[in-house]
Each structure stands twice: as structure tokens, then as C-alpha cells.
Design a protein. Structure first.
Length: 358
């Protein structure tokens, strides 16, 4: 039995990962440590919260004593580290929290793992330990019209978010080289799917389009992201955990580059088809509103996922069109979920972020 500490398991990717892992590996014991920031929602996991192999701990990865206690109490041998401040726009208006959680929090987890695994465990049990750090393609910076990020691409982060993730990646790598901690790093492209908080492009546009509200497109709408369905990402992480070579980095991507405006148009069309036109008889594309660009907006991301495909045999299974239909359908079927996460504090956030963009 593995004793897995998952951090940030109440967020978007983390909650999908907890569910996917319990389903596929019912013998894993999972402890989910999550601070429940605005982005964390225990309601994302109500269907599995009574599973006897699952324990939720509300707490902060910046709290070193708590992290150390969990390692000792639960005999943790595997870490899958998702917890982070994850939204670029918030990192522009308030970078301090990004430094705390993404850098200091990661440092605490590495220290706890070093203490528990390298001092206490011997032989076989030491070899079975793994620390998988979930990171982003944004650490590599911004691409021109061609090319794709490889694992060897030099880091060039350009937002406080990506700089804090780059910093945490470097710490993880240092703990492998310096102390021999059994680490793995994954750098993944943009995810989409169920349970994504509606501050990110896709759920924000779905939510606004359902309510007949303006659909804010930054700049000229031609920035490109490489989109991956979240369950494909979860499967990639499990693959790296089981088969990845210690100390290595694996890029994960969907091979599905889209301009932002293509995505917004697609969401409008799917919703028009599924729920009918707007009350005035207009198509939802009429809600598209070009707004002031994000500061330092990275133009294009693209992932070269050759390494994970050829070394570990992972490939994405869900193509973009199917994934987007499934995602829109999920949001249509979970309107109470949307309502519960777009309460007062979300409205405040929205006004602060978008009112001065027009
Ligand atoms: P998210 O914002 O939806 O969730 C983050 C979770 O971490 C929340 O549940 C939050 O409560 C928790 N958290 C935040 N600070 C914490 C702290 N100090 N202590 C404990 N828990 C804390 O994020 P996400 O989109 O699910 O991303 C998860 C990870 O994947 C992040 O590390 C992110 O950098 C990485 N990633 C995300 C994407 C993407 O497209 N969303 C792509 C590549 C990599
Ligand atoms: P986002 O979902 O925030 O992910 P990231 O910045 O990590 O890639 O944004 C995806 C793209 O969509 C990015 O180019 C910014 C753009 N965008 C908009 O045009 N409007 C919006 O309201 C948001 C949130 C993002």
C-alpha cells in the first residue's frame, strides 16, 4: 500500500486527481492537505469523502510543523504536490501569496520529505519513496510563432506566478542533486475540464455566456495555449509516478494549440446549440468584448511531449472538441456548483479585475 500525501487536492486538478487515483488504485491511502483558499472547495470531493482510504486535512503547506506531523503520523512515502496559487492575473495584483505558497510551501514539503525519507528510512523502503512536483509550461516563457518547449528549454518565467513556479522547480531539482531526494517534475500545459474555478478562461466564459454577460477577451485574442483535458493530465502524473526516472522532468501537453478567440467562439457555439440563442435571439458570439490586455501577456505556449510519449508510453486520449463538449455539459449539469463558487468574494474579484479593463 502506498501512503500518498496530495497537496491542493480540493482545487481543480487536485480534486480530479484524488478521484481518478482512488478509482484506479483503491489500495492507495490518500491524505489530502489543503488550505481551502478561494480556489479550494471540499465540495469537489463529496462523492469520495467517506472512502476509508481517504483523509482530508485542512491546513497550510507553509506551516512546517503541520507538514512534518503529517509525514510522521501517516508514514508518507509519496508526495504529489499540486497546492499553489495558480492564477496569473492574481499574481499581477498580489504576488506575495505566490511567493509564500509556491516557494516557501514547496520548500517545507521538500524539507519534510528529506527528514522523513533520508534520515529515517532504510534500503527498500527508501527506494520506494517519490516526490512528484506538479508544475507548468509557463516556466519556459513565451514562444514566437513556431517551436515548442522541451525539457531542455531554458527557464524564462515572465509573470510572478510563473517565476514562483520556476523557483519551486529549481528547489525540487536542487533537493535531488544535493541530497538525493527521489524527485520527479512535470511541466504541463493549460488544463480544462470539470471543477475548474471560473477565474480561468474556459469556465469564466462558460459562466458568463450562460448568464448573457460580456465575454472578456484580452488584447487581440490571438494568444495561443496548448490545451489538455484534465483527466489526461491526471493519467500522465500517475504514469510519471510509476514509471518516471528519478530526478527527471517530463513535459505534458495536449498537442492542441488554440488561439483564445477560437476557444471563446467554440464555447458560444456549443452553448447556442445546447441551450438555445440569447433571449433577444442573438448568438452568444455577440457577447465577445475585447478588453485591455494582461500585463506581460505571454504570446504562445506549446509543449513537445516526445519524452513522456517515447519513454513512458503516455498519450492524451481526449481530443479537444470532445473534451470541450464534455466540459460544457459538465458545467450545464452542475449549475449549483457554479453558483456556490461564484458567491460574494467572486463578485468582488470580478469587479476588481474586469471593471478597469474596459
Ligand atoms: P487551483 O488554484 O484550482 O487549486 C489550488 C489548490 O491549492 C486549492 O485547493 C487551494 O485551496 C490549495 N492551496 C493553495 N494554497 C495552499 C496552501 N498554502 N496550502 C495548502 N493548500 C493550498 O489550481 P489547479 O489549476 O488545480 O493547479 C494545481 C497545480 O497544477 C498548481 O501547482 C499549478 O501550478 C499546476 N498547473 C496547473 C495548470 C492549469 O492549467 N490549471 C497547468 C499546469 C500546471
Ligand atoms: P488563463 O485561463 O488565465 O490561463 P493562463 O494565463 O495560465 O494561460 O488564460 C488563458 C488565456 O486566456 C490567456 O492567454 C489569457 C486569456 N484570458 C482572456 O482573454 N480573458 C480572460 O478573462 C481570462 C481569464 C484569460
Amino acid at each position: 500500500m502506498k501512503h500518498v500525501l496530495i497537496t491542493g487536492g480540493c482545487g481543480f486538478i487536485g480534486s480530479n486527481f484524488v478521484r481518478h487515483t482512488l478509482k484506479n488504485f483503491p489500495d492507495y491511502k490518500i491524505v489530502n492537505l489543503d488550505k481551502l483558499t478561494y480556489a479550494g472547495n471540499p465540495g469537489n470531493l463529496t462523492d469520495i469523502e467517506k472512502n476509508s482510504n481517504y483523509r482530508f486535512v485542512k491546513g497550510d503547506i507553509v506551516d512546517a510543523a503541520l507538514v512534518g506531523r503529517i509525514f510522521a503520523e501517516e508514514n508518507i512515502d509519496t508526495v504529489v504536490h499540486f497546492a499553489a496559487e495558480s492564477h496569473v492575473d492574481r499574481s499581477i495584483t498580489g504576488p506575495a501569496e505566490f511567493v509564500q505558497t509556491n516557494i516557501v510551501g514547496t520548500f517545507n514539503l521538500l524539507e519534510a520529505a528529506r527528514e522523513a525519507w533520508l534520515n529515517d528510512k532504510a534500503g527498500e523502503s527508501k527506494n520506494a519513496c517519490r516526490f512528484l512536483h506538479v508544475s507548468t509550461d509557463e516556466v519556459y516563457g513565451s514562444l514566437g510563432e513556431t517551436g515548442a518547449f522541451q525539457e531542455t528549454t531554458p527557464y524564462d518565467p515572465r509573470s510572478p506566478y510563473s517565476a514562483s513556479k520556476a523557483s519551486s522547480d529549481h528547489l525540487v531539482s536542487a533537493y535531488f542533486h544535493t541530497y538525493g531526494l527521489p524527485t520527479l517534475i512535470t511541466n504541463c500545459s493549460n488544463n480544462y475540464g470539470p471543477y475548474q474555478f471560473p477565474e480561468k478562461l474556459i469556465p469564466l466564459v462558460i459562466n458568463n455566456a450562460l448568464q448573457g454577460k460580456a465575454l472578456p477577451v484580452y488584447g487581440d485574442g490571438k494568444n495561443v495555449r496548448d490545451w489538455l483535458y484534465v483527466i489526461d493530465h491526471c493519467q500522465a502524473i500517475l504514469t510519471v509516478l510509476q514509471k518516471g526516472r528519478i530526478g527527471e522532468t517530463y513535459n505534458i501537453g495536449g498537442n492542441s494549440e488554440k488561439q483564445n478567440i477560437e476557444i471563446v467562439n467554440l464555447i458560444c457555439d456549443i452553448l447556442d446549440e445546447k441551450v438555445g440563442l440569447l433571449p433577444g435571439g442573438e448568438k452568444r458570439r455577440s457577447l465577445i468584448t475585447y478588453v485591455k490586455d494582461r500585463a506581460g501577456h505571454d504570446r504562445r505556449y506549446a509543449i513537445d511531449a516526445t519524452k513522456i510519449r517515447t519513454e513512458l508510453g503516455w498519450l492524451p486520449k481526449v481530443n479537444f472538441k470532445d473534451g470541450m463538449r464534455k466540459t460544457v455539459e459538465w458545467y450545464l449539469d452542475h449549475k449549483p456548483w457554479i453558483a456556490s463558487v461564484t458567491d460574494g468574494s467572486y463578485r468582488e474579484y470580478y469587479e476588481k479585475m474586469y471593471n478597469n479593463r474596459r
